[in-house]
Design a protein around this ligand. Structure first.
Ligand code: AMP
Length: 213
């Protein structure tokens, strides 16, 4: 099963991706996570991407497309995957379409995470990430059992640098300008399913069951 998740930062894409990844035993491929790993490892790609990510701007299409093309060839992606944060531009969507056609593959579900600005700001300001395994928490909505520590692996919970207020504002602008046009792009192909992403995870679960059965 192949999924594409479209939606602004803070809409819950990562949280839902982790749920469906466990349910269907397919990898959660987040381009943001891949880029952050490259930046941490100081790879050539990481060096080129760092300034864009830090400022909340999009990393150039050519770099991201190549990174995704390579990732999708890995054996764990052969039975499906959840693409979270890619495509983010029409050029990326077209490149993905070509990769899929070349491999004779289809995407079964394209979900549009429809979230209000107020909800996004609330989520991102309280979001905490496990520095070891990437599990996502929220200080009020999804608190860990022990403050500051991940329930799954005991790793330290941190706030992402680009979740600061100014950078969030920039990321939202970039989303509306560069990524929102994808909603029309996939709607025209009659592929998009809307998810009311202001709802919290427990309320979303039954809707997800309906959408992806
Ligand atoms: P995310 O974790 O999805 O919020 O992504 C964090 C940052 O990584 C974004 O603000 C961009 O700088 C960069 N990024 C992630 N995915 C892409 C993409 N598909 N195209 C360009 N830049 C991306």
């Amino acid at each position: 099963m192949r999924f594409i998740f479209i939606g602004p930062p803070g809409a819950g894409k990562g949280t839902v991706a982790k749920i469906l990844s466990r349910r269907f035993s397919i990898p959660h491929i987040s381009t943001g996570d891949l880029l952050r790993a490259h930046i941490q490892q100081k790879s050539e790609l990481g060096r080129q991407a760092a300034a864009f990510v830090d400022q909340g701007k999009l990393v150039p299409d050519a770099l991201v497309i190549e990174m995704v093309r390579t990732r999708l060839k890995e054996p764990d992606a052969s039975q499906g995957y959840i693409l979270d944060g890619f495509p983010r531009t029409v050029e990326q969507a077209e490149a993905l379409g070509k990769i899929l056609r070349d491999e004779g593959m289809v995407v079964e579900h394209i979900l549009n995470f429809d979230a209000s600005n107020a909800k996004i700001i609330e989520r991102l300001s309280g979001r905490r990430i496990c520095s070891k395994c990437g599990e996502i928490y929220h200080v009020r909505n999804i608190p860990p059992k022990k403050e500051g520590l991940c329930d799954r692996c005991g790793g330290e919970l941190i706030q992402r640098k680009d979740d600061s207020e100014d950078t969030v504002r920039r990321r939202l602008e970039v989303y509306r300008r560069e990524t929102a046009p994808l909603i029309d792009y996939y709607n025209r192909m009659r592929l998009l399913k809307d998810l009311p992403a202001d709802l919290e995870v427990a309320e979303l679960n039954p809707i997800l069951d309906q959408l992806v059965k």
